[in-house]
Design a protein around this ligand. Sequence first.
Ligand SMILES: Cc1cc2nc3c(=O)[nH]c(=O)nc-3n(C[C@H](O)[C@H](O)[C@H](O)COP(=O)(O)OP(=O)(O)OC[C@H]3O[C@@H](n4cnc5c(N)ncnc54)[C@H](O)[C@@H]3O)c2cc1C
Length: 465
Amino acid sequence: MSDRETFEAGTDADVVVLGGGSGGYATALRAAQLGLTVTLIEKDKVGGTCLHRGCVPTKALLHTAEVAETARSAGQFGVLTAFSGIDLPAANAYKDGIVARAYKGLQGLIRSRAITTVEGTGRLVSPTTVEVDGRRHSGRHVVLATGSYSRSLPGLAIDGQRVIASEHALALERVPTSAVVLGGGVIGCEFASLWRSFGVEVTIVEALPRLIAAEDEASSKALERAFRKRRIGLKVGRPFEGVETTEHGVRVAIAGGETIEAEVLLVAVGRGPVTADLGYAEQGVRLDRGFVSTDERLRTGVPGVFAVGDIVGGIQLAHRGFAQGMFVAEEIAGLRPPVIDERGIPRVTYCEPEVASVGLTEAKARQQYGERIETFTYDLGGNPKSNILKTQGHVKLVRVADGPVIGIHMVGERVSELVGEAQLIYSWEAYPADVAQLVHAHPTQNEALGEAHLALTGKPLHAHG
Ligand SMILES: Cc1cc2nc3c(=O)[nH]c(=O)nc-3n(C[C@H](O)[C@H](O)[C@H](O)COP(=O)(O)OP(=O)(O)OC[C@H]3O[C@@H](n4cnc5c(N)ncnc54)[C@H](O)[C@@H]3O)c2cc1C
């Protein structure tokens, strides 16, 4: 992708973007669309973590997992079939095909917007300049978008064979017989779920008292119940103490003197910011435990230097990176875009069952509004489409008394597809009555959202109010 001539000469642009992942390429695409000249510097492949090692490949494998579950349970829907196993090379080929297609599309998009791309590792050498292999690329504005890496715990070495991170888990050529997943956050739960569907004996070890601890407590409880039913082992509130390799895999020690043997240990304890040794601190960019501190307009404190994506402290999601990238491009172009409401960014854990949410958890809402909080939980047992799918879960609403809905929390198969409506409700500060008057199609899972709002308005239809 490198432009050799530009590379030799260096570039001078309106915007220099360091890192071509979700945040960086979104900045570049939007800035170019607004008529700005852009240099995009990437050391590996544009698309970054999300496209090559994150969102897209994991969701492809999770779809394979869903098909496996459907094949296994087809009999209960009256379809005669037999599940005889996972062909991982074929599943990987399907996954890689999805990634390759999106990668090609993205490269074409970048070319079509006349963005100058530079291949190589960049370093910020002045507030307006990034150096790559001794050549300087300067711009009126610099946008830092160097992303994140799989973190480990002190003393826990990831060898890529038996002790692996998510990028290794995506590249396995054989389904392991057993696995310990260290970390019950989003990435840990997604891998535990898909491996279980592949027939793996899985145990999740989590130091915090519940899975997906950033979500509403009721969502965590529902997910834990569902995982137990799927015979995923859960060791929550049980910190990891150590790991040793054995003849066939690993032996993991956890608090309480217990050990668990498995073929692999997946370390999914979070993602650290890629900000070290890149010249950021030297140029005056404020860092807090490695993350770039920005104001709400994503300014770093160094005039002309912005930051977007996973390096900015907060929730690490690709669509947040897209939104921040577009925001910064518009800010540079002088459009004064509205500040992004981080709480309005939808969150999804794509395991089986899915967990999706937007806005405040009940606990956070109570911290902020005290007793002026009302909640209603609609059980998907009352929703015909969910019954057709044979999925269980709920839609939980959190509202300010006599005020708008400020949190929506959902658990169940396919609830990721409901989070768009939930986001509109939250972002437009809808009152329950505003939503209750909208007619929801029957039978859909969206109806559960409609029913929950009807109930909060005091006129439950298919719910005990
Ligand atoms: C397993 C997994 C599953 C995920 N699933 C989801 C999901 O379903 N939905 C979701 O929203 N998010 C998901 N995420 C998170 C998502 O991938 C990240 O939030 C997103 O990729 C962040 O974008 P970014 O641009 O900040 O960083 P990145 O995507 O990490 O991109 C940073 C880029 O900068 C480049 N770079 C770094 N340093 C330099 C340098 N010095 N010079 C040049 N280039 C450099 C890197 O090569 C990389 O391409 C997942 C992540 C993982 C790991």
